[in-house]
Every structure is written in C-alpha cells, then in structure tokens.
Design a binder for this molecule. Structure first.
Ligand SMILES: [Zn+2]
Length: 393
C-alpha cells in the first residue's frame, strides 16, 4: 500500500514527495492504520524496496490478498503521476466504502469515473468478476491493466491469455476489443488490439507498444492508426495449424469433436471450409471456432435443401452442447451480450458466403451442400479463396 491513515486520521500518501527523515519522524510519533480494515500497518522505509505500508505478519485485510511486489508498487506510482501530469483528477488507493473496494487509482475523466486496477499477480476469476461488476454497478468503468510481466507472447501475433485476461477484454471505440498491460520496469504500455479467440488460451492479436511518456490516457483508449489488414493472412495460417494438429492428449471437447466427425465419416482435419472463422462476438466461445462452427454446419445438414429453420433451432442445439460442456463459454463482464450473439454473427457469415439464405419472415434455409475438402492442400487453397471472396467480421 502507498496510502495509510495515522491514528489521528490523517491520510498519508507516500508518493507525495516525502523525504526519509520526515517519514521517520512521522513513524516515531504516530501509529498507522489500514484505511480499509483499520488494523495497524507498518511503514517500511528500506533501501531495497519502494517505501510502502504493510500489514503486520500474517495479518492482511480482505482487499489485500498478498504482499505487493515492488514491480506493482512502482507501476502504481508511475501511473498515478502519469494521470496527474495530464491534469486528470486522480486518487491513489481510495477506499470506496459503498462497494468495499479499493482500486489502485480512481480517476475522474470527461465526466466519468474510472477505477484503474494494476494487476500483476494472478487472482481468481470469481474475484475479478465480483470486482468488475461492483464497479460497473456504480457506473465506474474499471480499467484492468495487467503487469507487463504477465504478457505471454508466443509469436509476433500469437498470445496466451489466462481466464482473467480474457475476462478483461473491453469494447474499444474503433476496434472489436482491447486489453492493456503495463511494464513498470521499461515504463511501456502493451495494448492488445482486436483480440481473436483461437482456443481457451490462444489469442491472435495485434500488439501496440507505447512508452508511458509518449502517450495519454485519451490515446490509450481512443482511435488507433496502426491497425493493419494482414490478419486475413494470419488466419489462413491458423486454419492450417488446426488442420495439421494432432494432439496426443486431446481435450474432452477435441475428443468429442473427433468422434463426432468420424461417426459421420468426416476427417476432423478436413473440417468444412465454411468453419473456423473469426466472426463478431466469437470471443464468447472458449472452444475453437473451427469446432463450434463445424457443429453448426453439420447440424444444418439435418434440414434438407430449401427446408426452413430458425435462429432458435440453431441456438437450442448449441445450448445443449454448452450445457454438457462440450462447447465452453467465457464470462465477459464488460459485454452485455451472450454467446447467442456469436451464433447469429456466424449465420451472417454463412449468408454472405451463400451457404444459406433468409426469407422475409427471417427464416433461414440451406441452398448448398457441404463440399468437404479431400486433402489438406485442397483445404488450404480453398480457405485462401474463401477469405478473398467472403466478407468476414
Ligand atoms: Zn487492511
């Protein structure tokens, strides 16, 4: 903690330019208490770590799960100064009694409150959701900024995200979504832009790196000019990977999918060209898009050509797969939607591709059969054609 109260209720904020002598004097004359749990805390003025307050021994309050690392303390302080330097009204570690929360920083910016949570250690998803929703209920927009030390980059465009990182995906003014990281050592922001879901952990995204001193809060949330359209090329590579991948220990979903395909005399690697695309809202599915989209396509074969079906039919079918945990769904507290949005967007893609049509009463009907590729080479070629000719996302 960087803020504590004295026993006579004065707020001591350690980033407000104290020198060691002043603080030692303060420590001699006062007792410090945690603003949240009111238990005594120590002022630590060591030479190795950033000066901070800490609960005694094993004691800590419900809002402080573990000792804060220096990386975290430093980042919090840097971000706080960064907001102040932009003339943004910022409070360090304010205790919001009405929701029993203490964000790292609370700011008031363009008539809106934002709770800045700089999170460098893992927390349970349930706690993440509880905090996020309690802010949103009070009309405070939480901005989770993960420690740069958490960013797991597998290649220039591939990342591995944990459940709390997925859950922190936020709508962006211009793009589909974004996710923020900040490294207090290099003083850089890492923004993941347009994060697409490949599987429960894997994500495809563009990364933008900005030095703290070169950017503003507005530019962090606002329009970006770096977005390139190469993702279509990347996506072909992803589909290729799915077609070549053989996992020695397939997940329950993968196993179900393989059996499901083989029962129908389809090779799981030669899944239909129309499946495995990033459509709007697809992040709701933790399950890889080529799997849940293939389930939909094969389900549609139950309806003969020209035979009418509704969105509800498709939704009910997927809902069963979700209920039995074959298709897994994410929790996205920033989004008001539901995985049904992803299904609807996928039906849109099938409309664009000419696989199905829709009549005036909004019923769908199939106008094509699935033409399964006969080899992986053929599949890749046809995937490339598909991406050229069909409007995706
Ligand atoms: Zn406490």
């Amino acid at each position: 903690m960087l803020v504590a109260h004295t026993n006579d209720k004065k707020r001591i904020n350690l980033v407000k330019g104290w020198n060691k002598e002043q603080l030692e004097k303060l420590r001699k004359n006062f007792r410090f208490v945690c603003p949240v749990c009111k238990k005594s805390v120590r002022l630590k003025l060591g030479s190795k770590r950033r000066w901070h307050f800490a609960h005694y021994g094993e004691v800590s309050c419900n809002l402080e799960l573990e000792a804060e690392s220096d990386y975290h303390l430093l980042g919090k302080e840097q971000l706080y100064h960064w907001f102040i330097s932009q003339n943004i009204h910022a409070l360090l570690e304010p205790y919001l009694t009405s929701i029993n929360q203490r964000p790292d920083i609370l700011i008031h910016y363009q008539k809106r409150y934002y709770a800045i949570e700089y999170q460098c250690s893992p927390i349970p998803l349930s706690l993440f959701e509880k905090r996020t929703r309690s802010y949103l209920e009070k009309d405070i927009l939480p901005i989770w900024i993960y420690g740069g030390n958490r960013l797991t980059r597998k290649s220039s465009i591939l990342f591995s995200l944990s459940p709390i990182e997925w859950a922190a995906l936020q709508p962006h003014v211009q793009l589909d979504n974004f996710l923020l990281y900040y490294c207090s050592t290099t003083q850089q922001f890492f923004s993941l832009l347009n994060v697409s879901s490949l599987s429960s952990q894997s994500a495809l995204s563009q990364i933008k790196i900005t030095r703290l001193q070169d950017c503003s809060f507005a530019s962090l949330l606002g329009n970006v000019d770096v977005y390139d359209d190469n993702w279509k090329l990347y996506w072909i590579t992803i589909k290729k990977k799915w077609r070549y991948s053989v996992t020695p220990y397939p997940s329950r979903t993968q196993k179900y999918f393989n059996d499901y395909c083989l029962q129908r005399k389809i090779s799981p690697w030669l899944y239909p060209i129309e499946a495995g695309w990033p459509t709007k809202h697809h992040q709701w599915f933790e399950t890889s898009p080529h799997i849940w989209q293939t389930f939909i396509l094969i389900y549609l074969l139950n309806f003969p050509l020209e035979y009418k079906f509704t969105f509800q039919d498709v939704y009910r079918y997927l809902k069963e797969l979700v209920k039995t945990n074959i298709c897994r769904i994410r929790s996205l507290p920033y989004y008001e939607g539901h995985f049904s949005y992803a299904i609807m967007s996928y039906l849109q893609l099938l409309l664009h591709s000419g696989f199905i049509k829709r009549n005036k009463t909004k019923e769908f009907f199939r106008v094509k059969e699935i033409k399964y590729p006969q080899s992986i080479e053929e599949a890749i070629k046809r995937d490339e054609e598909f991406v050229k000719n069909v409007k995706i996302n």
